[in-house]
Design a protein around this ligand. Structure first.
Ligand code: BES
Ligand code: MN
Ligand code: MN
Length: 462
């Protein structure tokens, strides 16, 4: 494509400043106190899509937060790329661990990002990565190089389970009709090791509540004589893994896809240093399911993790008390063929079944979604690989990720097209954590690579 590098060079300050403005708005979908900020962000996305050259952009109201939909149709005989992203962000807590306020973006240099990185909640997940697509569109329309049709669908509820989007997709199949779906909401191996995400894990997220006596009790007067819900809950949770760190829920592994020796050997070729991995996390050993490597444990194997646990007295000093209730939030990452609703049911009946007499257990499912795998011989993958090869000077490595974007499997089911996950983030970008950041180099590299995807996808479709 003509002039992409010079266009980026000429406009990069503006590209950065526009993203910084977007990052200043705390569009936290999980916290209703930020409702107006989330809504305001949708308006800004709408305006930016119009400025980037979309012919029509609408804010589609839903029962939850709106979906911003825009399109530019140049010729119905040409292929159509559907871009998906999200404008909502995770809550920033814990606030005291941020070196600078999460919604006051600053550019700082790091070892990995000597060119500088933007520190702010949502910089990588997903405002920064989503905005690369807006700027790539701006480049293509303003230089008359948009080779095909494009549709944008940017939602505001990804971080809370994309509830409204599933209905929207089911109701608008004609409107959303496309030949390939393009998403930048994942990562790559390293700046000098480009990779394309070929798999996502599914998810089942549940909350459990254990109730013992009808009120909090003196732990001296009653301790030892009645079930302590916190003791019981932790014992129950501990029993969910065996000595080899296999999950003990009956039926949990029944449908898990088993990779062949060859596939596992292929995976093991991706560059990875266990020493660097441990060092980056300040741990002296890794931990996980017996019989699998670290990269297998966090991508092709299902897991169960407690995300939060509470109950009883946690204030200053000591209080002798047996709490009436104990709670935990538990996530299970799932792999292809495991059905999230079925796994949720298995969890529920198992967890309720192992509760001893003297307590009652309630399991409340939150949200979930199926995993996803995509082949590397599809047109979309080949076009993406060619685009990366141009801009990185290397063939990208296909890599399955451990994270989840549950809506992707629904896209394939309802819209019958493949999703290409062109992520430009790094694991060290600290998404969902304090000090989330996105490298300026990565941001601009994304803007440079995306138009080439359009070009090659259109050419290959002929
Ligand atoms: N963008 C992430 C998912 C992701 C990140 C996938 C990096 C692969 C690599 C997304 O915003 C996210 O956080 N998803 C949630 C699930 C959702 C239902 C809350 C997740 O994976 O925990
Ligand atoms: Mn995301
Ligand atoms: Mn996220």
């Amino acid at each position: 494509m003509k002039n992409i590098k010079s266009y980026i060079d000429e406009h990069k300050d503006r590209f950065l400043n526009e993203l910084i403005e977007l990052l200043k708005i705390p569009s936290i979908s999980a916290d209703s106190a930020y409702k107006n900020d989330v809504l305001r962000t949708a308006e800004i996305i709408k305006i930016s899509l119009e400025k980037a050259g979309c012919d029509s952009v609408e804010i589609c109201e839903t029962e939850g937060y709106p979906i911003v939909y825009g399109e530019k149709i140049i010729d119905s005989n040409l292929p159509t790329v559907l871009v998906y992203g999200h404008y909502d962000v995770q809550p920033p807590d814990p606030m005291d661990l941020w070196d600078s306020p999460p919604f006051e973006p600053v550019i700082k240099k790091t070892d990995i990002h000597p060119e500088g990185a933007i520190f702010a909640r949502g910089s990588c997940d997903d405002k920064g990565q989503m905005y690369m697509h807006v700027k790539a569109l701006e480049f293509m329309t303003s230089t008359n190089q948009l080779p095909c049709n494009v549709k944008f669908m940017i939602e505001g509820e990804e971080e809370v389970g994309s509830k409204s989007l599933s209905g929207f997709v089911k109701k608008n199949q004609e409107k959303l009709k496309n030949d390939v779906i393009l998403i930048s909401d994942t990562g790559m191996i390293a700046k000098d090791v480009p990779s394309i995400t070929t798999g996502l894990r599914g998810l089942s997220y549940v909350e459990v509540e254990v109730t013992g006596p009808n009120r909090d009790l003196h732990s001296g007067l009653y301790g030892g004589a009645v079930a302590n819900p916190i003791n019981i809950l932790t014992k129950m949770i501990a029993s969910l893994h065996d000595g080899n760190n296999h999950i003990t829920i009956p039926g949990f592994y029944d449908k898990v896809e088993n990779l062949s020796k060859e596939e596992r050997a292929e995976m093991a070729k991706a560059p990875f240093s266990l020493e660097d991995y441990k060092k980056s996390l300040d741990i002296d050993a890794v931990y996980g399911e017996e019989g699998y490597t670290t990269n297998e444990r966090n991508s092709i194997r299902p897991t169960l993790d407690v995300n939060g646990i509470w109950g009883g007295y946690t204030g200053e000093g000591a209080k002798t008390v047996i709490a009436s209730k104990a709670y935990a939030k538990i996530s299970m990452r799932l792999v292809p063929n495991q059905d999230w609703e079925e796994i949720t049911q298995l969890f529920k009946s198992h967890f309720e079944g192992i509760a001893p007499k003297g307590v009652t257990v309630k399991v409340t499912p939150h949200h979930g979604g199926q995993g996803y795998v995509t082949p590397i011989n599809s047109l979309g993958y080949k076009a993406a690989a060619k685009a990366y090869t141009d801009t990185f000077g290397k063939t990208p490595i296909p890599q399955r990720s451990g994270g989840s974007i549950p809506i992707v499997s629904l896209f394939e089911q309802e819209l019958k097209s493949k999703t290409i996950l062109m992520g430009f983030g790094l694991d060290s970008d600290a998404i969902h954590s304090p000090n989330e950041h996105f490298g300026i180099w990565n941001y601009l590299k994304g803007i440079e690579t995306i138009p080439l995807f359009y070009k090659y996808f259109t050419e290959m479709s002929k």
